[in-house]
Design a protein around this ligand. Structure first.
Ligand code: GCO
Length: 452
């Protein structure tokens, strides 16, 4: 087992260790205190969408157990908590009436963090779009970007004085491509034109929210959390190398390009331009406002090879075989070197600000036996990937923090509750929390780092 104290000593003294969650995945109470349905409330009720027809109706009951959960974070010595704010609690119809009871919950949560000495890293959008906005087309409608800007303004006006940091979006790749092209997440579309519209609306919403945040809460560092794909060619053939570049442009450039360069990748525009929504004068300037930081969510590499079929759609790639024999219980290849190459590649291509690893972790479904979850595979995953982050910091990359995904087992989207990512086990029948072996290990890292 990697010695947590030695590992902790390899990080800069001001490095932040945290844990991460998201509203729909842990809160439950989906009808309480004025909250209205999100697209995930609807999606999880549609046959065939979520394993076992699981929903976020109860989840980890965090809406009621938030004090116990903050006590857990404090007991583990974790200094920062990354959580998301549920738009459907704040402005239940997406536009119009503001729900004070929704804001009150996050007031309590944030004050609870502060009372326990826990830093607050809020995410404004972690996929729970108010269902009413689908009436206008959801993220495919430009108007939703402006609704998001108003939501950001309302949240930051009430909570901004107690936030240590804020991110506009979590993983646009998921709420755009996974949700509108691959159909696996809400709203379950499989339509390139819709996906491209969602891409631009999301990028515009991010920029408009940055404007709002800077205006309402100028002292709160603002960032964007991106699950950059660590693209690796399946071979060094010219075809696979070209495919890898197309994959980078599509999976990463679609977001990093507008945000950090003020432009969409030329390959994407040339292949898909005819299906793009209108990019209005000034949009890219709004989208590419300077950020204080960016967050990388990393889990696993994306190995690609060329798709030679004549009707292949851009980026025209196929999945190439895993190289590592180690695979997590959700089927993701464990290959820590890709985390490093992903960061190196992105800093070579873009002028990026400070970086937080805003999510990293493993699905390890080891069961609770006699009060113990001996999740050695998750612990090994954390040890190997934290070592990569320590080396990146040593080698001069501006790595400022690391948030383990996740504090506790929770609703894993289309996988429902069968896939567990928590440092803490949740018994969904009793809601009893049990710190796993990996959680106790991570706690030593946090306490050692905190004492440095
Ligand atoms: C994501 C989401 C999390 C997931 C985690 C495991 O990065 O996909 O932010 O909500 O639960 O990544 O898939």
């Amino acid at each position: 087992m990697s010695d947590p104290k030695i590992l902790a000593s390899r990080f800069p003294a001001d490095f932040t260790f945290g844990v991460a969650t998201a509203a729909y995945q842990i809160e439950g109470s989906t009808r309480a205190d004025g909250r209205k349905p999100s697209i995930w409330d609807a999606f999880s009720r549609m046959p065939g969408r979520v394993h076992n027809r699981d929903t976020g109706d109860v989840a980890c009951d965090h809406y009621n157990r938030w004090e116990e959960d903050l006590d857990l974070i404090q007991e583990m010595g974790v200094e920062a908590y990354r959580f998301s704010i549920a738009w459907p609690r704040i402005i239940p119809d997406g536009t119009g009436r503001i729900n004070e009871k929704g804001l009150d919950f996050y007031d309590r949560l944030i004050d609870g963090c502060k009372a326990r000495g826990i830093k607050t890293y809020a995410t404004l959008y972690h996929w729970d779009l108010p269902l009413s906005l689908m009436g206008e087309g959801g993220w495919t409608a430009r108007s939703t970007a402006f609704a998001f800007q108003r939501y950001a303004k309302v949240v930051m006006a009430r909570l901004g004085d107690r936030l240590d940091s804020v991110s506009t979006f979590n993983e646009p790749w998921c709420s755009v491509w996974l949700s509108h092209l691959y159909g696996i997440h809400a709203p379950g579309e499989r339509n390139m034109e819709a996906a491209l519209a969602a891409m631009h609306t999301t990028n515009l919403a991010h920029g408009l929210a940055v404007e709002a945040i800077r205006h309402v809460a100028p002292n709160v560092p603002v960032g964007l959390v991106l699950n950059a794909q660590a693209v690796i060619p399946g071979s060094d053939s010219p075809e696979d190398l070209a495919a890898t570049e197309r994959a980078f442009d599509f999976h990463n450039g679609a977001f990093f390009g507008p945000v950090f360069k003020g432009e969409y990748p030329a390959s994407l525009l040339s292949a898909l331009g005819g299906q793009m929504p209108s990019v209005e004068e000034g949009d890219l300037a709004v989208i590419s406002q300077k950020l204080d930081w960016w967050g990388l969510n990393y889990y696993t590499p994306l190995r690609v090879s060329d798709d030679p079929s004549k009707d292949a759609v851009f980026p025209a790639t196929l999945h190439a075989p895993f190289v590592s024999q180690t695979v997590t219980d959700i089927g993701w290849e464990v290959y820590p070197p890709a985390m490093r190459s992903c960061v190196e590649d992105l800093y070579q291509r873009y002028e990026l600000p400070d970086c937080y690893i805003t999510e990293n972790g493993a699905c390890d479904n080891t069961a609770l036996v006699d009060g113990v979850v001996d999740d050695q595979r998750r612990l090994a995953y954390y040890a190997d990937h934290l070592s990569v982050v320590a080396d990146l910091a040593r080698d001069g990359y501006p790595m400022k923090g690391y948030f383990a995904w996740s504090l506790m087992d929770n609703f894993e989207w289309a996988e429902g509750y069968r896939m567990r990512f928590g440092l803490v086990h949740v018994d969904y029948d009793t809601q009893v929390r049990t710190i796993k072996t990996s959680g106790a290990w991570y706690s030593i890292i946090c306490k050692t780092a905190g004492a440095q």
